[in-house]
Design a protein around this ligand. Structure first.
Ligand code: NAP
Length: 495
C-alpha cells in the first residue's frame, strides 16, 4: 500500500478538503508508486492563505537574526537528511544520485546564506538636504508569498524562494510540481521541525490549474514567485495583474555553448556532455545548442559522438547510471516529437534519436542522448526549448557570428564560451544576451550566492540567489526623522 502524504496548513498535516488524492510514481519504473498526495483545490488554498496571513502579523515582528537562527537549523537538518532526500528525489524525478545530492546541497547552501543575511538585511542611511533631519531607507517584509515551482530542481528551487522570503519576514503558501511532491514534503517537514511557527510555511499539493491558479488569483496573496515554462509564466503574469501582485518569473531557456578553434577541446567536450545530458537535458540551463567552429568541427564531432554513444542510461539510483529517465511520459514523448521535427527540417542524426525501452529500461521513460548536426539557426530544434537530452550542433566561422547565433532566440538564461583567447572571451561577456555567462565551463553550475536568472523571455527582470533575491521579498521604506522642532519644507525652505 502506497504511503499517504498530506498538506501542511497552519502547522497541521491535513488531507485535501475534498479527500481526493493523486499518485506519485517513479519515472525509471512507472510501476513503483512512491506515495499518494492530496489533490487540493481552491478551498485548501483559502485555508493556507488565511493561516499565512495570520502568521505574518507575528512573524514580521521576530528579529531577523532570530529568523536566521531557524534558517541555520533548517540547514543543519538538511545536512543530516541529505542522503535520504537525494534518494527520494531520484526515485520521484529520475536524475542520478550525484545530481540529486547536488540539488540538496544547493538548498543547504541557500539555508546557510539566508542565516547570515538575518544579520545583514542592510538598509541605507543617507544625509538629508535639511538641517537636524535624519534620513534612512529600511527593508520591510511584504506579506504572503505564493511559491510555485517546477520538478527539475525540486529542492534547490523552492529553497531559493522560500528561505529568503521567510528570512525577510514573509510567510509562504507553497505549491510544488505534481511530479515532485515527495521532495517538497521533506523540505517542509524540515522547515516545520526547525521551529518555524505554524502558518509561516504551508504546502498545498495539487494541479497547476487548480491550486496554482487559486494562489495566483487570491486577493490576499501579495507576491508570486514562479519558476516554470514561459507559456505558464505569461499566463500567471496576466492573472496577477488583476490584483497588481509583485511577480518574479524564472522561465525557459535555449542555452548554447560556443567552442572556438583555439579552445581546449577535451575540456570543451567534458563541458558539453555535462551541459547537454546532465539531468537528462531537463535543466533550464541545459546546453541545447553547440555552436562549433568550422576548423575543429570534424575532430570535435567525432570525439563528441563517441562519448555520447557511450553514456549509460539507467535508473539514477544505480551507481553505473549516467543519464536517468525523462520525468514522465509526456516529457519523453515531447523529446521524441522534436526528433521527428528535426529530421523533417533536414537536420541529421549523429547520435541517439530513439526512445530507449529495452531490458531494464522497459518500465521507464528513457530516451537516448541525441545529437543533431547540419542544424541551421532558423530551425525549430535550434530555437525552441526541448527540455530533454537533445543537442543541436550549428557550424560557425568566428566569434562574432557565434555570438549572433547564440543570441538568436527569445530566451536568455545561460551561455558558455570555450576559448583560450582573452579578447574573444571578453567580447562574448560583453555581447552575449543572457543572465549567466561561463568562460571555459559548461552552461550549468550556478552557485547559490550569485544572482540567477535570465533576460528576454526567460524572465521578467528579477533574480534569485545571493543578495539580489532579497530585493524581491522586501519593500523599501524611506524614513525621515526631523529633530529641528520646526516645519522644514523640502525643496522650498533650503533653496
Ligand atoms: P510548468 O509546466 O510551467 O510548471 C511549473 C509549475 O507551475 C508547476 O508547479 C505546475 O504545476 C504549475 N502550473 C501549471 N499550470 C499552472 C497555472 N495555470 N497556474 C499556476 N501554476 C501552474 O513547468 P515544468 O514542466 O514543471 O518545468 C519545466 C520548465 O521550467 C522549463 O520551461 C524550464 O526551462 C523551466 N525552468 C526554469 C528555471 C529558471 O530558473 N529559469 C529553472 C527550472 C525550470 P503542475 O506540476 O501541477 O502542473
Amino acid at each position: 500500500m502506497a504511503q499517504k502524504f498530506q498538506n501542511l496548513i497552519n502547522g497541521r498535516w491535513v488531507d485535501a478538503r475534498s479527500g481526493q488524492t493523486f499518485e506519485n510514481r517513479n519515472p525509471a519504473n512507472w510501476n513503483e508508486v512512491i506515495g499518494t498526495f492530496p489533490k487540493s483545490g481552491k478551498e485548501d488554498v483559502d485555508d493556507a492563505v488565511k493561516a499565512a496571513r495570520a502568521a505574518f502579523e507575528k512573524w514580521r515582528l521576530v528579529p531577523a537574526p532570530k529568523r536566521g537562527d531557524i534558517m541555520r537549523k533548517i540547514g543543519d537538518l538538511m545536512v543530516a537528511r541529505k542522503e535520504e532526500i537525494a534518494r527520494e528525489m531520484t526515485r520521484e524525478m529520475g536524475k542520478v544520485l550525484a545530481e540529486t545530492r547536488g540539488d540538496v546541497q544547493e538548498g543547504i547552501d541557500t539555508a546557510y546564506y539566508a542565516a547570515t543575511e538575518g544579520r545583514r538585511l542592510f538598509g541605507h542611511t543617507v544625509p538629508s538636504e535639511l538641517p537636524n533631519k535624519f534620513a534612512m531607507a529600511l527593508r520591510v517584509p511584504i506579506g504572503v508569498a505564493g511559491i510555485i515551482t517546477p520538478w527539475n530542481f525540486p529542492m534547490a528551487i523552492p529553497t531559493w524562494k522560500m528561505f529568503p522570503a521567510i528570512l525577510s519576514g514573509n510567510t509562504c503558501v507553497f505549491k510544488p510540481a505534481s511530479d515532485t511532491p515527495r521532495t517538497a514534503t521533506m523540505l517542509v517537514e524540515i522547515m516545520n521541525e526547525a521551529g518555524l511557527p505554524p502558518g509561516v510555511v504551508n504546502i498545498v499539493h495539487g494541479g497547476g490549474g487548480e491550486v496554482g491558479n487559486a494562489i495566483v488569483g487570491h486577493p490576499d496573496v501579495d507576491l508570486i514567485s514562479f519558476t516554470g515554462s514561459t507559456g505558464i509564466g505569461k499566463g500567471i503574469s496576466r492573472m496577477a495583474a488583476d490584483t497588481l501582485k509583485r511577480v518574479s518569473l524564472e522561465l525557459g531557456g535555449k542555452n548554447a555553448q560556443i567552442v572556438m578553434d583555439d579552445a581546449d577541446l577535451d575540456l570543451a567536450l567534458d563541458g558539453v556532455l555535462w551541459g547537454a545530458f546532465g539531468t537528462t537535458g531537463q535543466r533550464c540551463t541545459a546546453t541545447s545548442r553547440l555552436i562549433l567552429h568550422e576548423k575543429v568541427y570534424d575532430t570535435f564531432m567525432s570525439m563528441l559522438v563517441a562519448r555520447a554513444n557511450a553514456l549509460k542510461l539507467g535508473d539514477g539510483l544505480l551507481p553505473e547510471s549516467q543519464v536517468g529517465p525523462c520525468v514522465n511520459k509526456g516529457q519523453r514523448d515531447t523529446v521524441a516529437s522534436y526528433v521527428e521535427i528535426g529530421l523533417n527540417e533536414g537536420a541529421k542524426l549523429a547520435a541517439g534519436g530513439k526512445i530507449a525501452a529495452d531490458g531494464a529500461l522497459a518500465n521507464g521513460w528513457f530516451h537516448q542522448p541525441t545529437i543533431f548536426t547540419d542544424v541551421t539557426p532558423g530551425m525549430r530544434i535550434a530555437k525552441e526549448e526541448i527540455f530533454g537530452p537533445v543537442l543541436s550542433v550549428i557550424r560557425t566561422k568566428d566569434i562574432g557570428e557565434s555570438i549572433r547565433i547564440l543570441n538568436d532566440t527569445i530566451y536568455g538564461l545561460s551561455s558558455s564560451v570555450y576559448t583560450r583567447d582573452i579578447n574573444k572571451a571578453f567580447q562574448a561577456i560583453r555581447d552575449i544576451q543572457s543572465g549567466i555567462t561561463y568562460i571555459n565551463a559548461p552552461t550549468i553550475g550556478a552557485e547559490a550566492h550569485l544572482p540567477f536568472g535570465g533576460v528576454k523571455q526567460t524572465g521578467n527582470g528579477h533574480r534569485e540567489g545571493g543578495w539580489t533575491v532579497y530585493d524581491f521579498y522586501t519593500e523599501w521604506k524611506a524614513v525621515y526623522v526631523d529633530y529641528s522642532g520646526s516645519l522644514q519644507r523640502a525643496q522650498i525652505d533650503n533653496y
